[in-house]
Design a protein. Structure first.
Length: 202
C-alpha cells in the first residue's frame, strides 16, 4: 500500500513538471533594452510667430537652444539632453534637430523645451512646473507621449520620427493688441496692461 502511494506521488510530480515545461513555451519574454543603448532621432518643431510688435520680444522667434526631457511610465526622469540643430535646419514651416536618447521599452513622455531654463532640479514630470521664465526671456514647449522609445530597426525608428515631425511648440507668453474699428470720435492713443505677471512657467 505504501509503495503504491509513493508511486502515485512520483507520477503526479512528473506530470506537474511536464505541464510546467509546456506552459513555459507559451511565455513571451519582452525585448530588454539596457540603459546604455541609445538611439539617434531626427525631429522638427514649428515655432509660433509673434502676432504683434512689443518692446520686450521680437516679431521673429529666436531659438537659442532646445532641450529634450524624457520621463518614464512612472513620470520619473530618464534623460535631459540638448538637441543639435541640423544643417540648413530652418525651412519655411519648421526647424529641424537631431537628438540622442536612451531606448526604453515602456511608455514615455517626451518634453521639448526651446530656450529652456536650468533643469538641475528636475527629477520627475511634476517638477516641470519649476521651469520659469521672466523678463525678456521667451520659451517654447510641447509634450509628446509615446508607447516606447525603441528604435532597434529602421521601421521602429521611422515610427518614432513620424511622431516627432513638425511638433507645434507653445509660446510661454501671450501677445495683446487693441484695435479700434469704425468708432466715431475715438482715437486710440495707447493702452496699459495691469496685473501683468512678471514671470511664468514654461
Amino acid at each position: 500500500m505504501q509503495k503504491t502511494f509513493t508511486m502515485k506521488r512520483i507520477i503526479l510530480a512528473i506530470t506537474a513538471i511536464i505541464a510546467l515545461a509546456a506552459c513555459n513555451k507559451d511565455i513571451i519574454v519582452p525585448e530588454i533594452v539596457t540603459d546604455n543603448e541609445n538611439v539617434v532621432l531626427d525631429f522638427s518643431v514649428v515655432v509660433p510667430e509673434a502676432q504683434t510688435v512689443t518692446k520686450a520680444f521680437s516679431d521673429t522667434p529666436v531659438i537659442g537652444g532646445l532641450k529634450v526631457i524624457v520621463f518614464d511610465q512612472n513620470s520619473l526622469l530618464l534623460k535631459a539632453v540638448d538637441a543639435t540643430i541640423a544643417d540648413n535646419a530652418e525651412t519655411t514651416d519648421r526647424v529641424e534637430f537631431t537628438v540622442t536618447l536612451p531606448q526604453h521599452p515602456s511608455a514615455c513622455s517626451v518634453h521639448f523645451v526651446a530656450n529652456c531654463p536650468a533643469t538641475t532640479n528636475i527629477m520627475s514630470e511634476a517638477d516641470m512646473t519649476s521651469l520659469v521664465t521672466s523678463g525678456t526671456q521667451d520659451a517654447y514647449w510641447q509634450r509628446i507621449p509615446v508607447d516606447n522609445l525603441i528604435a532597434s530597426n529602421a521601421t521602429l525608428k521611422a515610427q518614432l520620427e513620424a511622431k516627432f515631425t513638425k511638433i507645434p511648440l507653445i509660446r510661454s507668453f501671450a501677445k495683446v493688441s487693441v484695435v479700434a474699428n469704425n468708432v466715431t470720435g475715438f482715437n486710440l492713443q495707447g493702452y496699459t496692461l495691469i496685473n501683468v505677471p512678471t514671470s511664468g512657467t514654461v
